[in-house]
Design a protein around this ligand. Structure first.
Ligand code: ZN
Length: 259
């Protein structure tokens, strides 16, 4: 099989395998994006992957796995956004060398160092540059294989319901499930959930560290949309993530159609 890594999120339901996927959307984990992503892209044929800052390079293994599982996929869309917390971390590190030193090695490697040495005067510039860098990254990663597009979602133009402040981190495999259904499954507000989605734990570990250690999300749910993780895999995940004081629980996805 093509997936041989030691610690991988479970994937693939009968529901998903019977579905024809048209595209991958890579977006940020930000809690304010899910309603928009549902309404604009979730037609059941979109496989969503999310992390800190819509960082395509960091999801390379997951993207390659998706293309093996769903060879019919024709395009990849990068959905970055304004007022991005991940870009806030990058901007802070670029403008305060002392702060840079304080960040975890993984966060430096996959997020911060990509922008090292760039003269970026404002955070909104950084957000635009990031969108372009991520779009280019797909072209380098998979030359000519996919039609690649990108957008910078203007959060100020969206009407996002007020959050109750009970922020949750949901970690799942890439999925075509609606975020509204995922929110129901974990019994939280859609606008209060940060979503991290990738097939490989290694791919999303830096993002989990940003969510837990930088954004201080302390309610972490592992949402399985597929065959479910074994107890061994769950304990491996718990052991791998430095969850500190975070609460950790595993939940199985409930689809409205019963799958
Ligand atoms: Zn963001």
């Amino acid at each position: 099989m093509h997936r041989a890594s030691r610690c991988r999120l479970a994937k693939g339901t009968a529901f998903e395998r019977n579905v024809f996927m048209e595209r991958i959307v890579v977006s940020c984990m930000d809690r304010r994006l899910s309603g928009y992503l549902d309404s604009k892209y979730n037609d059941g044929k979109t496989l969503f992957m999310r992390n800190a800052g819509a960082n395509v390079s960091d999801l390379e293994r997951s993207i390659r796995e998706a293309l093996m599982e769903y060879p019919e996929i024709e395009s990849l869309h990068v959905a970055a956004h304004t007022d991005c917390g991940a870009m806030g971390v990058v901007y802070d590190a670029l403008t305060n060398p002392a702060h840079y030193n304080g960040y975890d090695y993984d966060i430096k490697k996959v997020l911060l160092d990509r922008f090292a040495g760039m003269a970026i005067a404002r955070k909104d510039m950084l957000e635009r540059i990031n969108k372009n860098i991520q779009e280019l990254a797909v072209s380098y990663m998979l030359p000519g294989e996919l039609r690649v597009t990108s957008e910078l979602i203007d959060l100020s133009a969206l009407s996002i319901p007020e959050s109750n402040g009970k922020h949750v981190l949901v970690i799942s495999e890439p999925s075509n499930a609606r975020y509204a259904d995922m929110a129901k499954t974990v019994n939280a507000q859609i606008q209060s959930i940060y979503f991290i989605q990738g097939y490989e734990i290694k791919d999303i570990m830096p993002d989990i560290k940003i969510a837990v250690n930088v954004l201080h999300l302390n309610d972490v749910r592992l949402l399985s949309d597929g065959l479910g993780l074994s107890d061994d895999e769950i304990s491996m995940l718990k052991g791998t993530i430095d969850l500190r004081s975070a609460q950790f629980s595993a939940v199985k996805m409930i689809r409205p159609d019963g799958n």
